[in-house]
Design a protein around this ligand. Sequence first.
Ligand SMILES: NC(=O)c1ccc[n+]([C@@H]2O[C@H](COP(=O)([O-])OP(=O)(O)OC[C@H]3O[C@@H](n4cnc5c(N)ncnc54)[C@H](OP(=O)(O)O)[C@@H]3O)[C@@H](O)[C@H]2O)c1
Length: 257
Amino acid sequence: MSSDLPYTVLITGASGGIGSALAEAYAAANVSLLLQGRNRQRLQAVAAACAAKGAAVEIATLDLRDLPALETWLDEVCRRAAPNLLIVNAGLNTHVGRQGEAENWQAVQALLDVNVVAAIATVNAVLPAMRRRKTGQIALISSLAAYFGLPVTPSYCASKAALKAYGEALRGWLAAEGIKVNVVMPGYVESEMCRAMPGPKPFLWPAEKAAGYIKRGLRQNRARISFPFPLNFGAWWLAVLPPAVSQFILRRLHYAD
Ligand SMILES: NC(=O)c1ccc[n+]([C@@H]2O[C@H](COP(=O)([O-])OP(=O)(O)OC[C@H]3O[C@@H](n4cnc5c(N)ncnc54)[C@H](OP(=O)(O)O)[C@@H]3O)[C@@H](O)[C@H]2O)c1
């Protein structure tokens, strides 16, 4: 962040728990923040907190499922200058219900539209400008739920696994061009989404702690920024063990109830 030009950070889902904490973590003099969300009131409150720390802040209130509107906004942003850091953070969750009823199809479709389609569309729209500049960083907010499908959240796990694989592929493809790509895999972090989820939430982190950890990981350009340690280690094992053993462990931990 040493040049005269402001360091530009674009964050989707900046009105939410993790997104707003990330915005505040990056807010500083000579930083330009581009913050997206739907809830204008929350976004304005985040913007005011970031401006108070000296950042220049712009907000964009749009529904990410409106792909033409998303593309128009990102084209306009990139015409001015490619963001130095793009944090693809907006996301939704669904679950099969407290009695294991089923996921609602409309909710599943909205989840896939935001967590996968809009996430990849966002990268796609920003990437050409980063490639022209031969520099930039893209952080994709996946989840520890990407390691192994959890019985209560099938579509969410599928969407986060998609984003994890996408980010890993991008990192390999773009490293030689000077573009860094990082996959972020949080465990449980305090937010509206997290509160709405049924089931145990071990090792829950405040959003500010998660944002600080993510920021450090991005500075170090770590391929995978996953936390907190005990949950990350356990979730990683679920992907490594034979699936029958992983399913057994999940039942014992009441993740399949
Ligand atoms: N919290 C956790 O435990 C946890 C764990 C692992 C991964 N994550 C991931 O972290 C990311 C942030 O989640 P969070 O926990 O901070 O949840 P959150 O507080 O519910 O925030 C979600 C954000 O996504 C935005 N969003 C959702 N649907 C949108 C749409 N259709 N169009 C535009 N924006 C939309 C929301 O905007 P509005 O509110 O303005 O509509 C909000 O800013 C998500 O990708 C989530 O999957 C969270």
